[in-house]
Write a protein that binds this ligand. Structure first.
Ligand SMILES: *[C@@H]1O[C@H](CO)[C@@H](O)[C@H](O)[C@H]1NC(C)=O
Ligand SMILES: *[C@@H]1O[C@H](CO)[C@@H](O)[C@H](O)[C@H]1NC(C)=O
Ligand SMILES: *[C@@H]1O[C@H](CO)[C@@H](O)[C@H](O)[C@H]1NC(C)=O
Ligand SMILES: *[C@@H]1O[C@H](CO)[C@@H](O)[C@H](O)[C@H]1NC(C)=O
Length: 291
Protein backbone atom coordinates (compact mmCIF):
# COMPACT_ATOMS: atom_id res chain seq x y z
CA UNK A 1 0.00 0.00 0.00
CA UNK A 2 2.62 2.50 1.11
CA UNK A 3 4.82 1.66 -1.87
CA UNK A 4 1.93 2.14 -4.28
CA UNK A 5 1.10 5.50 -2.79
CA UNK A 6 4.71 6.61 -3.08
CA UNK A 7 5.10 5.45 -6.66
CA UNK A 8 1.94 7.38 -7.42
CA UNK A 9 3.51 10.41 -5.81
CA UNK A 10 6.56 10.20 -8.09
CA UNK A 11 4.31 10.13 -11.14
CA UNK A 12 2.40 13.05 -9.67
CA UNK A 13 5.59 15.08 -9.44
CA UNK A 14 6.46 14.16 -13.02
CA UNK A 15 3.03 15.24 -14.31
CA UNK A 16 3.42 18.55 -12.54
CA UNK A 17 6.60 19.09 -14.50
CA UNK A 18 4.46 19.02 -17.64
CA UNK A 19 1.78 21.26 -16.18
CA UNK A 20 3.99 23.88 -14.61
CA UNK A 21 3.68 26.44 -17.37
CA UNK A 22 1.56 28.89 -15.45
CA UNK A 23 3.33 31.60 -13.58
CA UNK A 24 1.42 32.45 -10.42
CA UNK A 25 2.20 34.76 -7.57
CA UNK A 26 3.22 32.27 -4.90
CA UNK A 27 6.00 29.74 -4.67
CA UNK A 28 5.10 26.07 -4.34
CA UNK A 29 4.88 24.71 -0.80
CA UNK A 30 5.96 21.29 0.47
CA UNK A 31 4.35 20.08 3.71
CA UNK A 32 5.69 17.24 5.92
CA UNK A 33 3.46 15.57 8.53
CA UNK A 34 4.31 14.52 12.09
CA UNK A 35 4.91 11.17 13.76
CA UNK A 36 2.18 8.46 13.73
CA UNK A 37 0.00 10.44 11.32
CA UNK A 38 -0.02 11.02 7.57
CA UNK A 39 -0.62 13.64 4.93
CA UNK A 40 -4.36 13.76 5.81
CA UNK A 41 -3.42 15.40 9.13
CA UNK A 42 -1.92 18.32 7.19
CA UNK A 43 -4.96 19.01 5.01
CA UNK A 44 -6.23 21.92 7.06
CA UNK A 45 -2.94 23.74 6.54
CA UNK A 46 -2.80 22.83 2.84
CA UNK A 47 -6.39 23.84 2.20
CA UNK A 48 -6.07 27.12 4.05
CA UNK A 49 -2.94 28.07 2.12
CA UNK A 50 -4.73 27.33 -1.14
CA UNK A 51 -7.74 29.33 -0.04
CA UNK A 52 -5.75 32.39 1.05
CA UNK A 53 -2.99 32.19 -1.58
CA UNK A 54 -4.92 30.91 -4.60
CA UNK A 55 -2.87 29.12 -7.22
CA UNK A 56 -0.21 27.88 -4.79
CA UNK A 57 0.96 24.39 -5.72
CA UNK A 58 1.06 22.26 -2.57
CA UNK A 59 2.81 18.93 -2.09
CA UNK A 60 1.65 17.21 1.04
CA UNK A 61 4.23 14.42 1.49
CA UNK A 62 2.48 11.03 1.88
CA UNK A 63 5.58 9.00 2.74
CA UNK A 64 6.21 7.44 6.15
CA UNK A 65 2.65 7.70 7.42
CA UNK A 66 1.42 5.91 10.56
CA UNK A 67 3.75 3.30 12.01
CA UNK A 68 6.33 3.79 9.27
CA UNK A 69 6.92 7.30 10.64
CA UNK A 70 8.94 5.52 13.34
CA UNK A 71 11.53 4.34 10.81
CA UNK A 72 14.97 5.84 11.20
CA UNK A 73 15.37 9.54 10.52
CA UNK A 74 18.14 9.03 7.95
CA UNK A 75 15.94 6.72 5.84
CA UNK A 76 13.16 9.26 5.87
CA UNK A 77 15.56 12.14 5.15
CA UNK A 78 16.91 10.33 2.07
CA UNK A 79 13.54 9.48 0.54
CA UNK A 80 11.60 12.61 1.36
CA UNK A 81 14.71 14.63 0.49
CA UNK A 82 14.67 13.17 -3.04
CA UNK A 83 11.02 14.20 -3.38
CA UNK A 84 11.90 17.73 -2.33
CA UNK A 85 14.81 17.86 -4.77
CA UNK A 86 12.51 16.60 -7.58
CA UNK A 87 9.91 19.20 -6.73
CA UNK A 88 12.63 21.85 -6.64
CA UNK A 89 13.61 20.97 -10.21
CA UNK A 90 10.02 21.61 -11.32
CA UNK A 91 10.09 25.03 -9.65
CA UNK A 92 13.51 26.55 -10.36
CA UNK A 93 12.35 29.85 -8.88
CA UNK A 94 12.30 28.12 -5.48
CA UNK A 95 9.87 26.49 -3.08
CA UNK A 96 8.81 26.92 0.55
CA UNK A 97 8.84 24.16 3.15
CA UNK A 98 6.71 23.51 6.25
CA UNK A 99 7.28 20.63 8.70
CA UNK A 100 5.14 19.83 11.70
CA UNK A 101 6.52 18.08 14.80
CA UNK A 102 8.88 15.27 13.75
CA UNK A 103 8.27 16.46 10.17
CA UNK A 104 9.96 19.78 11.02
CA UNK A 105 13.09 18.01 12.21
CA UNK A 106 13.06 15.81 9.09
CA UNK A 107 12.70 18.94 6.98
CA UNK A 108 15.59 20.67 8.71
CA UNK A 109 17.85 17.64 8.22
CA UNK A 110 16.81 17.41 4.55
CA UNK A 111 17.93 21.02 3.98
CA UNK A 112 21.30 20.07 5.49
CA UNK A 113 21.68 16.72 3.75
CA UNK A 114 20.71 18.23 0.36
CA UNK A 115 22.43 21.63 0.47
CA UNK A 116 21.73 22.20 -3.24
CA UNK A 117 18.03 22.51 -2.44
CA UNK A 118 16.18 25.61 -3.59
CA UNK A 119 14.01 26.09 -0.50
CA UNK A 120 13.48 29.79 0.20
CA UNK A 121 11.63 29.85 3.51
CA UNK A 122 11.39 26.97 5.97
CA UNK A 123 8.82 26.94 8.77
CA UNK A 124 9.33 24.52 11.67
CA UNK A 125 6.00 24.07 13.44
CA UNK A 126 6.55 22.77 16.97
CA UNK A 127 9.43 20.42 16.18
CA UNK A 128 11.98 18.86 18.56
CA UNK A 129 14.90 20.66 16.87
CA UNK A 130 17.19 20.33 19.89
CA UNK A 131 15.91 16.87 20.85
CA UNK A 132 13.21 15.41 23.05
CA UNK A 133 13.10 14.33 26.69
CA UNK A 134 9.44 13.50 27.26
CA UNK A 135 7.56 10.27 26.70
CA UNK A 136 3.95 11.44 26.71
CA UNK A 137 3.42 10.86 22.99
CA UNK A 138 5.14 7.47 23.19
CA UNK A 139 2.67 6.01 25.65
CA UNK A 140 0.44 4.92 22.81
CA UNK A 141 2.87 2.20 21.90
CA UNK A 142 5.26 2.07 24.89
CA UNK A 143 2.84 2.45 27.83
CA UNK A 144 5.50 1.82 30.49
CA UNK A 145 8.25 3.98 29.04
CA UNK A 146 9.51 6.68 31.39
CA UNK A 147 12.06 9.40 30.66
CA UNK A 148 14.52 8.22 33.29
CA UNK A 149 15.12 4.82 31.71
CA UNK A 150 14.18 5.40 28.06
CA UNK A 151 17.85 5.95 27.26
CA UNK A 152 18.47 2.25 27.89
CA UNK A 153 16.19 1.49 24.97
CA UNK A 154 17.10 4.37 22.66
CA UNK A 155 20.88 4.54 23.18
CA UNK A 156 21.52 1.15 21.65
CA UNK A 157 21.95 -0.08 18.13
CA UNK A 158 18.37 -1.31 18.05
CA UNK A 159 17.01 1.90 19.56
CA UNK A 160 18.74 3.87 16.84
CA UNK A 161 16.56 2.11 14.26
CA UNK A 162 13.65 4.29 15.45
CA UNK A 163 13.08 7.92 14.62
CA UNK A 164 12.42 8.82 18.25
CA UNK A 165 15.65 7.16 19.35
CA UNK A 166 17.46 9.29 16.78
CA UNK A 167 16.44 12.53 18.50
CA UNK A 168 16.12 11.30 22.09
CA UNK A 169 18.35 13.70 24.03
CA UNK A 170 18.69 12.63 27.67
CA UNK A 171 20.30 15.50 29.61
CA UNK A 172 21.51 13.03 32.26
CA UNK A 173 23.22 10.66 29.82
CA UNK A 174 24.97 12.95 27.39
CA UNK A 175 27.99 10.70 26.99
CA UNK A 176 25.71 7.90 25.76
CA UNK A 177 23.84 10.34 23.53
CA UNK A 178 27.06 11.35 21.80
CA UNK A 179 28.24 7.78 21.61
CA UNK A 180 25.10 6.11 20.26
CA UNK A 181 22.89 8.72 18.63
CA UNK A 182 23.61 8.52 14.92
CA UNK A 183 21.40 11.41 13.88
CA UNK A 184 20.88 14.49 16.04
CA UNK A 185 24.50 15.17 17.12
CA UNK A 186 25.49 14.93 13.43
CA UNK A 187 22.85 17.26 12.01
CA UNK A 188 23.59 19.65 14.86
CA UNK A 189 27.29 19.56 13.88
CA UNK A 190 28.04 18.62 17.49
CA UNK A 191 30.02 15.63 16.30
CA UNK A 192 32.88 15.96 13.81
CA UNK A 193 32.12 14.66 10.36
CA UNK A 194 33.18 15.46 6.81
CA UNK A 195 29.65 16.74 6.21
CA UNK A 196 29.96 19.64 8.66
CA UNK A 197 30.44 22.42 6.07
CA UNK A 198 27.57 21.27 3.85
CA UNK A 199 25.28 20.67 6.83
CA UNK A 200 25.83 24.31 7.75
CA UNK A 201 25.53 25.62 4.22
CA UNK A 202 22.14 23.94 3.71
CA UNK A 203 20.53 26.00 6.47
CA UNK A 204 22.53 29.20 6.14
CA UNK A 205 21.38 29.74 2.57
CA UNK A 206 17.71 30.04 3.56
CA UNK A 207 15.97 33.37 3.07
CA UNK A 208 14.12 32.69 6.30
CA UNK A 209 14.10 30.10 9.04
CA UNK A 210 10.91 30.39 11.09
CA UNK A 211 10.74 28.44 14.37
CA UNK A 212 7.32 28.19 16.01
CA UNK A 213 6.60 26.70 19.45
CA UNK A 214 4.85 27.44 22.71
CA UNK A 215 4.72 26.74 26.44
CA UNK A 216 1.38 24.89 26.37
CA UNK A 217 2.56 22.36 23.78
CA UNK A 218 2.62 19.47 26.27
CA UNK A 219 4.50 17.03 24.02
CA UNK A 220 7.71 18.70 22.83
CA UNK A 221 9.84 18.60 26.00
CA UNK A 222 11.24 21.04 26.84
CA UNK A 223 8.97 23.10 24.58
CA UNK A 224 11.94 25.43 23.92
CA UNK A 225 13.45 22.61 21.84
CA UNK A 226 11.22 24.03 19.09
CA UNK A 227 13.49 27.13 19.29
CA UNK A 228 16.75 25.17 19.68
CA UNK A 229 16.76 25.73 23.45
CA UNK A 230 17.43 22.69 25.65
CA UNK A 231 18.02 21.26 29.12
CA UNK A 232 21.43 21.36 30.79
CA UNK A 233 22.49 18.52 33.10
CA UNK A 234 20.26 19.96 35.85
CA UNK A 235 17.22 20.06 33.59
CA UNK A 236 17.33 23.85 33.51
CA UNK A 237 16.35 25.10 30.08
CA UNK A 238 19.14 26.99 28.35
CA UNK A 239 18.10 29.49 25.70
CA UNK A 240 19.31 28.84 22.16
CA UNK A 241 21.48 31.99 22.29
CA UNK A 242 23.40 30.59 25.27
CA UNK A 243 24.07 27.21 23.72
CA UNK A 244 27.09 26.20 21.67
CA UNK A 245 24.98 25.41 18.60
CA UNK A 246 24.20 29.15 18.40
CA UNK A 247 27.25 30.78 20.00
CA UNK A 248 29.70 28.78 17.85
CA UNK A 249 27.38 29.10 14.84
CA UNK A 250 27.59 25.34 14.29
CA UNK A 251 24.73 25.16 11.78
CA UNK A 252 24.25 28.80 10.80
CA UNK A 253 21.66 29.91 13.36
CA UNK A 254 23.76 32.87 14.43
CA UNK A 255 24.50 33.92 10.87
CA UNK A 256 20.79 33.75 10.05
CA UNK A 257 19.91 35.76 13.15
CA UNK A 258 22.54 38.44 12.50
CA UNK A 259 21.13 38.83 8.99
CA UNK A 260 17.57 39.05 10.30
CA UNK A 261 16.64 35.80 8.62
CA UNK A 262 15.84 33.85 11.81
CA UNK A 263 12.33 34.29 13.22
CA UNK A 264 11.37 32.82 16.62
CA UNK A 265 7.65 32.72 17.35
CA UNK A 266 6.13 31.77 20.71
CA UNK A 267 2.39 31.08 20.84
CA UNK A 268 0.57 30.31 24.10
CA UNK A 269 -2.52 28.20 24.56
CA UNK A 270 -1.82 25.73 21.79
CA UNK A 271 -1.40 22.05 22.63
CA UNK A 272 0.77 19.86 20.45
CA UNK A 273 -2.14 18.31 18.60
CA UNK A 274 -3.67 21.67 17.76
CA UNK A 275 -0.89 23.42 15.85
CA UNK A 276 -1.90 21.90 12.53
CA UNK A 277 -5.64 22.07 13.20
CA UNK A 278 -5.89 25.74 14.06
CA UNK A 279 -6.72 28.13 11.22
CA UNK A 280 -5.48 31.15 13.13
CA UNK A 281 -2.01 29.57 13.36
CA UNK A 282 -1.97 29.30 9.56
CA UNK A 283 -3.24 32.85 9.10
CA UNK A 284 -1.05 34.53 11.68
CA UNK A 285 2.20 32.57 11.58
CA UNK A 286 2.48 30.55 8.35
CA UNK A 287 0.98 32.69 5.58
CA UNK A 288 3.18 35.76 6.31
CA UNK A 289 6.26 33.67 5.44
CA UNK A 290 4.86 32.04 2.29
CA UNK A 291 5.82 34.34 -0.57
C1 LIG B 1 36.64 18.20 16.03
O1 LIG B 1 37.49 18.92 15.15
C2 LIG B 1 38.10 20.05 15.74
C3 LIG B 1 38.91 20.79 14.69
O2 LIG B 1 38.69 20.32 13.43
C4 LIG B 1 38.97 19.62 16.89
O3 LIG B 1 39.53 20.76 17.51
C5 LIG B 1 38.12 18.88 17.90
O4 LIG B 1 38.93 18.38 18.94
C6 LIG B 1 37.38 17.72 17.25
N1 LIG B 1 36.47 17.13 18.20
C7 LIG B 1 36.33 15.83 18.38
C8 LIG B 1 35.33 15.40 19.38
O5 LIG B 1 36.99 15.03 17.74
C1 LIG C 1 23.76 21.81 38.69
O1 LIG C 1 23.43 22.15 40.01
C2 LIG C 1 24.52 21.97 40.92
C3 LIG C 1 24.03 22.22 42.33
O2 LIG C 1 23.13 23.32 42.37
C4 LIG C 1 25.66 22.91 40.53
O3 LIG C 1 26.75 22.73 41.40
C5 LIG C 1 26.07 22.59 39.10
O4 LIG C 1 27.06 23.51 38.67
C6 LIG C 1 24.89 22.67 38.17
N1 LIG C 1 25.29 22.20 36.85
C7 LIG C 1 24.98 22.88 35.76
C8 LIG C 1 25.41 22.24 34.47
O5 LIG C 1 24.39 23.94 35.77
C1 LIG D 1 -5.09 31.45 27.12
O1 LIG D 1 -6.23 30.81 27.68
C2 LIG D 1 -6.64 31.40 28.88
C3 LIG D 1 -7.75 30.54 29.45
O2 LIG D 1 -8.60 30.06 28.45
C4 LIG D 1 -7.08 32.85 28.64
O3 LIG D 1 -7.46 33.44 29.84
C5 LIG D 1 -5.90 33.60 28.03
O4 LIG D 1 -6.29 34.92 27.67
C6 LIG D 1 -5.38 32.89 26.80
N1 LIG D 1 -4.18 33.55 26.32
C7 LIG D 1 -3.94 33.81 25.04
C8 LIG D 1 -2.63 34.47 24.73
O5 LIG D 1 -4.73 33.51 24.14
C1 LIG E 1 -5.53 28.60 18.13
O1 LIG E 1 -4.41 29.44 18.06
C2 LIG E 1 -4.54 30.63 18.83
C3 LIG E 1 -3.28 31.43 18.62
O2 LIG E 1 -3.17 31.80 17.27
C4 LIG E 1 -4.74 30.29 20.30
O3 LIG E 1 -4.92 31.47 21.06
C5 LIG E 1 -5.95 29.40 20.44
O4 LIG E 1 -6.06 28.99 21.77
C6 LIG E 1 -5.78 28.18 19.54
N1 LIG E 1 -6.95 27.34 19.63
C7 LIG E 1 -6.87 26.05 19.93
C8 LIG E 1 -8.15 25.29 19.95
O5 LIG E 1 -5.81 25.51 20.16
Amino acid sequence: MATMACRGFNIFIFLLTLLNNDVNGYHAVVVIHGVLTGSDSMELISNRIQEMHPGTQIYNIPRYAGWSSLESMWHQVEEIGMDIMSIGVVFPEGINLIGYSQGGLLARAILQRFPNHNVRNFISLSSPQAGQYGTQFLHLFFPDLVCETAYELFYSRIGQHTSVGNYWNDPHHQELYYKYSNFLPYVNNEKNSTKMPTFKQGLTKLNRLVLIGGPDDGVITPWQSSHFGYYDANQTVIDMRDRSIYKDDLIGLRTLNENERLVLITVSNVTHNEWHKNVSIVDDFLLPYLD
